[in-house]
Design a protein around this ligand. Structure first.
Ligand code: SAH
Length: 221
């Protein structure tokens, strides 16, 4: 199908096409697919890229950051194995798209972003969608959110250079933490699962490309 033919499709068809593509690539959890179907990604993309909102691609957002590829959002959300009662910490709010998907599958989502502008824009989107179970914070997510710890689940959507020990310390003993780990442009997506007794088993899920998890807060607005 050509690009122009794809763009001539109705939004509903584009959404259905994306959901089918995710399922065929292994995102099979019906709750995850339903949460993504109900979350309008075009609300989270900049005007310049609106018409590409339903393509399975990462896209640029403000502050030189990116909104993640839908397949990665689906894969990570599925691998987090959420439960409706879960309190979740997300590091790297960005556009807020991943946050919104998480919020539909858990009790409370705490999300931290180091750019004030991104935090503010994401908050406006959560309001527009009527999401009342998201709590945002401007800060260095590498430090986690100690006042609200421990969390049932933690998702890091920026690449940590090494094992995220500070965040692992804020996870419940039976919790799950997902993070891209590595120094280069390609990192390994790692799933840490607590054994309930203080140890964590780690498993490499796949290669991913995330922007780096940077120290401190951004000085830019
Ligand atoms: N899940 C987001 C992905 C955003 S990209 C989405 O789908 O839109 C990663 C985000 O992590 C960027 O917005 C970046 O500013 C943020 N980030 C990087 N290092 C951070 C840190 N130490 N604390 C908080 N946010 C951080």
């Amino acid at each position: 199908m050509t690009e122009s033919a794809r763009q001539a499709e109705t939004p509903e068809t584009q959404v259905a096409r994306l959901i089918l593509a995710l399922r065929s690539q292994g995102v099979t959890d019906p709750a995850v697919l339903a949460a993504m179907e109900r979350t309008p990604r075009d609300l989270f993309t900049p005007d310049l890229f609106k018409e590409r909102s339903w393509e399975d691609q990462a896209l640029p957002i403000a502050c030189g950051q990116t909104i993640s590829q839908p397949f990665i959002v689906g894969l990570m959300t599925q691998a987090l194995t959420l439960e409706p009662r879960a309190r979740v910490l997300e590091i790297g709010t960005g556009s807020g798209y991943q946050t919104a998907v998480l919020s539909r599958l858990s009790r409370l989502v705490y999300t931290v972003e180091r750019y004030r502008t991104l935090k503010r824009e994401a908050e406006a989107r959560f309001d527009a969608l009527g999401l009342t179970n998201v709590i945002t914070k401007f800060g260095d997510g590498g430090l986690g959110w100690p006042e609200q710890a421990p969390f049932d689940r933690i998702m890091v959507t920026a690449a940590a250079e090494s094992e995220p020990t500070t965040l692992l310390a804020q996870l419940k003993p039976s919790g799950v933490l997902l993070a891209p780990v590595g120094k280069g442009p390609v990192q390994r997506l790692i799933r840490y699962a607590g054994d309930g007794a203080g140890a964590f088993h780690s498993e490499v899920l796949c290669d991913v490309r995330f922007v780096p998890l940077l120290e401190g807060v951004a000085q830019a607005l």
